[in-house]
Design a protein around this ligand. Sequence first.
Ligand code: ATP
Length: 238
Amino acid sequence: IEKYPILEIKNLCVNYGGIQALKKINLVINNGEVVTLIGANGAGKSTTLRAISKIVNPRSGEIIYSGRNIIRRQPHEIVQLGIAHCPEGRRVLARQTVYDNLLLGAYIRSHQAEVKADIQRQFELFPRLAQRRNQLAGTLSGGEQQMLAIARSLMSKPKLLLLDEPSLGLAPAIVREIFTIIENLRATGVTILLVEQNANLALQIADRGYVLEAGSITLRGTASELITDERVKKAYLG
Ligand code: ATP
């Protein structure tokens, strides 16, 4: 498949009140890639995802998606254009069933037969959810809630998935399961922007990565370049 940029971020600035969370960052994601953002707490990783999905309003810059600047679009328009955001902390609706959470993920879609077929597809991708389709989401384990959060994001049929800290607080076995799912997703053609505290893990599945420090991108490269970079090793790979 030919590579082309699906998303280009140019000179993006985001402020929270007086705090400059992103200071003119530039990055590119090509179709079919897994790109990871690495950085310490507070570096601006989540803010980058929030700016793309318009949960926060950028101060300046450009976000070019499939050739058009989407920086002033509304959040629901971003979803309609094919960008889904799976936020940190897996906010599933605790008092709704697994099935209803998935249904809600498809709120922008109107073709009910297709939506039902897609829920079945999620159950194939996430067999643990299939077994628990009528269980209340709040009673799922942390790992199962993370799976549900990802599956729900996929219900809007994204071309680009923004995935924030999928391994946070989960046991190693379940983290491996989730990363296998991410690799399977990539194989189906979904482009992924992955934010991870666990840089080691992220660089194992990513094609390329960017290092964010205090709101600026300080390093960029292929995953294999970054994994062997002494600065990355020292600061992020422990
Ligand atoms: P973490 O892994 O801890 O979430 P991060 O790299 O994702 O870190 P961000 O959450 O993007 O970092 O935060 C970047 C900076 O912006 C931090 O200094 C943070 O305190 C600040 N910040 C984030 N959200 C807000 C907010 N809603 N109001 C004020 N400041 C915020």
